[in-house]
Design a protein around this ligand. Structure first.
Ligand code: S3P
Length: 177
């Protein structure tokens, strides 16, 4: 009987606009892993966009839905998982994802993130009068959470998606997954 090697998931965390989904897709293709985007998974379950869900039900309800979905996704293996930027607010999400995953923080500066999101209207938490200031203040609160949750930190400023993928693969070499 042939043995199937069950490997850990690779979980991408980081602020909105740090390229978790795009990077995750490219990485998964490169290493022949499956790919799951937790936000897309949620949207397919609730059959509406996350922004509409936020407006209708509020952030707390979104977070409890998110916890439920993350606990299901965490049971997979050989999967690259792109997560929503707020998952670190709930330690249960990190515990679940760490149980079978290596956590990679895609770390961007507020300015880099702002450049990527300045015309975006799909992030309810950033629909404020001064988007850059909101990014700075949210990132200040969340940075310690991203850093303490992660096994590997990758700087993404001034890097293309391909360069980020190469950095991830280099840093993972030697880590047991
Ligand atoms: C959120 C990030 C979003 C989405 C929701 C809340 C956050 O995902 O889950 O709008 O709190 O940072 P992305 O990080 O994929 O934009």
């Amino acid at each position: 009987m042939s043995k199937i090697k069950m490997s850990k998931n690779i979980v991408l965390i980081g602020f909105m606009g740090s390229g978790k989904s795009t990077t995750g897709k490219v990485l998964a293709q490169r290493i022949h892993y499956s790919f799951i985007d937790s936000d897309e998974f949620i949207e397919s379950k609730i059959k509406m966009s996350i922004s509409d869900y936020f407006i209708q039900y509020g952030e707390d309800q979104f977070r409890s839905l998110e916890e439920d979905i993350i606990s299901q996704i965490a049971l997979t293996s050989n999967t690259v998982i792109a997560t929503g930027g707020g998952i670190v607010k709930n330690p249960n999400n990190i515990l679940n994802l760490k149980s079978n995953g290596i956590i990679i923080y895609l770390k961007g500066s507020p300015e880099h993130i702002f450049e990527r999101l300045k015309y975006d209207t799909t992030r309810p938490l950033l629909n404020t009068e001064n988007k850059l200031e909101t990014i700075k203040s949210l990132l200040k609160q969340r940075s310690p959470l991203y850093e303490s949750a992660s096994d590997i930190i990758i700087d993404i400023d001034n890097k293309s998606i391909d360069e980020v993928v190469v950095s991830i693969l280099e840093r993972m070499r030697g880590k047991a997954i």
